[in-house]
Ligand binder design. Structure first.
Ligand code: RTP
Ligand code: MG
Length: 140
Protein backbone atom coordinates (compact mmCIF):
# COMPACT_ATOMS: atom_id res chain seq x y z
CA UNK A 1 0.00 0.00 0.00
CA UNK A 2 1.41 3.40 -0.88
CA UNK A 3 0.82 6.96 0.16
CA UNK A 4 -1.62 8.82 -2.07
CA UNK A 5 -2.81 12.38 -2.50
CA UNK A 6 -6.36 13.58 -3.07
CA UNK A 7 -7.98 16.89 -3.93
CA UNK A 8 -10.55 18.10 -1.40
CA UNK A 9 -12.77 21.09 -2.10
CA UNK A 10 -14.85 22.80 0.56
CA UNK A 11 -17.65 24.06 -1.63
CA UNK A 12 -19.21 27.54 -1.26
CA UNK A 13 -21.87 26.29 1.20
CA UNK A 14 -19.18 24.95 3.55
CA UNK A 15 -17.15 28.17 3.49
CA UNK A 16 -20.27 30.37 3.87
CA UNK A 17 -21.49 28.33 6.83
CA UNK A 18 -18.12 28.70 8.60
CA UNK A 19 -17.47 24.97 8.46
CA UNK A 20 -13.96 25.19 6.97
CA UNK A 21 -12.13 24.55 10.24
CA UNK A 22 -14.49 21.78 11.28
CA UNK A 23 -14.15 19.96 7.96
CA UNK A 24 -10.36 20.32 7.75
CA UNK A 25 -10.17 19.23 11.39
CA UNK A 26 -12.10 16.03 10.73
CA UNK A 27 -9.74 15.12 7.90
CA UNK A 28 -6.67 15.84 10.01
CA UNK A 29 -8.11 13.96 12.98
CA UNK A 30 -8.52 10.90 10.79
CA UNK A 31 -4.74 11.07 10.30
CA UNK A 32 -4.37 12.56 6.85
CA UNK A 33 -1.77 15.26 6.29
CA UNK A 34 -2.51 18.63 4.75
CA UNK A 35 0.07 19.35 2.05
CA UNK A 36 -1.45 22.31 0.17
CA UNK A 37 -4.29 24.77 0.88
CA UNK A 38 -5.87 27.93 -0.52
CA UNK A 39 -9.06 30.01 -0.50
CA UNK A 40 -10.09 31.02 -4.00
CA UNK A 41 -12.93 31.80 -6.36
CA UNK A 42 -13.52 29.40 -9.23
CA UNK A 43 -14.13 30.44 -12.82
CA UNK A 44 -16.51 28.90 -15.33
CA UNK A 45 -13.51 27.64 -17.32
CA UNK A 46 -11.90 25.96 -14.31
CA UNK A 47 -15.20 24.28 -13.38
CA UNK A 48 -15.72 23.06 -16.93
CA UNK A 49 -12.37 21.26 -16.69
CA UNK A 50 -13.00 19.98 -13.17
CA UNK A 51 -16.50 18.70 -13.95
CA UNK A 52 -15.74 17.58 -17.54
CA UNK A 53 -17.50 14.25 -16.90
CA UNK A 54 -20.74 16.08 -16.02
CA UNK A 55 -20.93 18.64 -18.87
CA UNK A 56 -24.36 18.35 -20.52
CA UNK A 57 -26.07 16.59 -17.60
CA UNK A 58 -29.25 18.24 -16.25
CA UNK A 59 -27.55 19.23 -12.98
CA UNK A 60 -24.44 20.68 -14.66
CA UNK A 61 -25.59 24.32 -14.96
CA UNK A 62 -27.03 24.56 -11.42
CA UNK A 63 -23.85 22.88 -10.16
CA UNK A 64 -21.65 25.46 -11.88
CA UNK A 65 -23.83 28.34 -10.61
CA UNK A 66 -23.55 26.95 -7.09
CA UNK A 67 -19.77 26.55 -7.35
CA UNK A 68 -19.50 30.17 -8.59
CA UNK A 69 -21.66 31.51 -5.74
CA UNK A 70 -18.81 32.13 -3.29
CA UNK A 71 -15.26 31.30 -2.31
CA UNK A 72 -14.01 27.71 -2.23
CA UNK A 73 -11.25 26.15 -0.14
CA UNK A 74 -9.02 23.86 -2.18
CA UNK A 75 -6.80 21.43 -0.28
CA UNK A 76 -4.51 18.52 -0.99
CA UNK A 77 -4.36 15.77 1.63
CA UNK A 78 -1.89 12.93 1.76
CA UNK A 79 -2.06 9.52 3.44
CA UNK A 80 -2.51 5.80 3.05
CA UNK A 81 -5.61 5.19 0.90
CA UNK A 82 -6.67 8.82 1.39
CA UNK A 83 -8.75 8.87 -1.82
CA UNK A 84 -11.11 6.17 -0.58
CA UNK A 85 -10.75 7.31 3.01
CA UNK A 86 -11.84 10.87 2.34
CA UNK A 87 -14.86 9.76 0.28
CA UNK A 88 -15.81 7.57 3.21
CA UNK A 89 -15.49 10.54 5.59
CA UNK A 90 -17.53 12.72 3.19
CA UNK A 91 -20.44 10.27 2.91
CA UNK A 92 -22.95 9.73 0.10
CA UNK A 93 -23.56 12.46 -2.48
CA UNK A 94 -27.07 13.23 -1.19
CA UNK A 95 -26.90 14.64 2.33
CA UNK A 96 -30.23 13.07 3.25
CA UNK A 97 -28.89 9.63 2.41
CA UNK A 98 -25.41 10.21 3.84
CA UNK A 99 -24.78 8.35 7.08
CA UNK A 100 -24.62 10.26 10.35
CA UNK A 101 -20.99 10.67 11.34
CA UNK A 102 -19.99 11.67 7.83
CA UNK A 103 -19.41 15.29 6.81
CA UNK A 104 -22.39 15.34 4.44
CA UNK A 105 -24.55 13.28 6.80
CA UNK A 106 -23.91 15.58 9.74
CA UNK A 107 -23.88 18.98 8.03
CA UNK A 108 -25.19 18.72 4.45
CA UNK A 109 -28.59 19.88 3.30
CA UNK A 110 -30.36 18.96 0.07
CA UNK A 111 -33.98 19.79 0.59
CA UNK A 112 -35.60 22.09 -1.95
CA UNK A 113 -32.39 22.75 -3.83
CA UNK A 114 -31.64 22.22 -7.53
CA UNK A 115 -28.33 20.58 -6.80
CA UNK A 116 -26.89 18.93 -3.74
CA UNK A 117 -25.16 21.53 -1.61
CA UNK A 118 -23.11 18.79 -0.09
CA UNK A 119 -20.21 20.79 1.33
CA UNK A 120 -17.26 18.90 -0.07
CA UNK A 121 -15.71 17.32 -3.13
CA UNK A 122 -13.15 14.53 -3.08
CA UNK A 123 -11.33 12.93 -6.01
CA UNK A 124 -12.73 9.50 -6.92
CA UNK A 125 -9.58 7.75 -8.24
CA UNK A 126 -5.82 8.18 -8.49
CA UNK A 127 -6.24 9.41 -12.07
CA UNK A 128 -8.87 11.98 -11.03
CA UNK A 129 -6.71 13.13 -8.13
CA UNK A 130 -3.69 13.80 -10.35
CA UNK A 131 -5.86 15.60 -12.91
CA UNK A 132 -7.77 17.68 -10.34
CA UNK A 133 -4.70 18.69 -8.30
CA UNK A 134 -3.22 19.93 -11.59
CA UNK A 135 -6.34 21.97 -12.32
CA UNK A 136 -6.73 23.63 -8.90
CA UNK A 137 -3.07 24.15 -8.01
CA UNK A 138 -1.48 24.80 -11.39
CA UNK A 139 -1.28 28.60 -11.16
CA UNK A 140 -0.82 29.02 -7.42
P1 RTP B 1 -18.07 15.19 -5.72
O1 RTP B 1 -17.62 14.90 -7.15
O2 RTP B 1 -18.52 16.60 -5.52
O3 RTP B 1 -17.07 14.72 -4.70
O4 RTP B 1 -19.37 14.33 -5.41
P2 RTP B 1 -19.77 12.91 -5.90
O5 RTP B 1 -18.61 12.22 -6.57
O6 RTP B 1 -20.41 12.26 -4.72
O7 RTP B 1 -20.89 13.25 -6.96
P3 RTP B 1 -20.82 13.40 -8.55
O8 RTP B 1 -21.74 12.39 -9.14
O9 RTP B 1 -19.41 13.45 -9.04
O10 RTP B 1 -21.51 14.82 -8.75
C1 RTP B 1 -20.77 16.00 -8.57
C2 RTP B 1 -21.59 16.99 -7.78
O11 RTP B 1 -22.71 17.41 -8.57
C3 RTP B 1 -23.81 17.64 -7.73
N1 RTP B 1 -24.90 16.76 -8.15
N2 RTP B 1 -26.15 17.11 -8.14
N3 RTP B 1 -28.86 15.09 -9.41
C4 RTP B 1 -28.31 16.11 -8.81
O12 RTP B 1 -28.95 17.05 -8.41
C5 RTP B 1 -26.85 16.10 -8.63
N4 RTP B 1 -26.05 15.09 -8.94
C6 RTP B 1 -24.79 15.52 -8.64
C7 RTP B 1 -23.37 17.39 -6.31
O13 RTP B 1 -22.92 18.62 -5.76
C8 RTP B 1 -22.22 16.44 -6.50
O14 RTP B 1 -21.34 16.46 -5.40
MG1 MG C 1 -17.54 13.11 -8.22
Amino acid sequence: MSTERTLVLIKPDGVARNLTGTILGRIETKGYTLVDLKLMSATRELLEEHYAEHVGKPFYEPLVEFMLSGPIVAAVFEGQRVIEGFRSLAGSTEPTAAAPGTIRGDFGRDWGLKVQQNLVHGSDSAESAAREIGIWFSAS
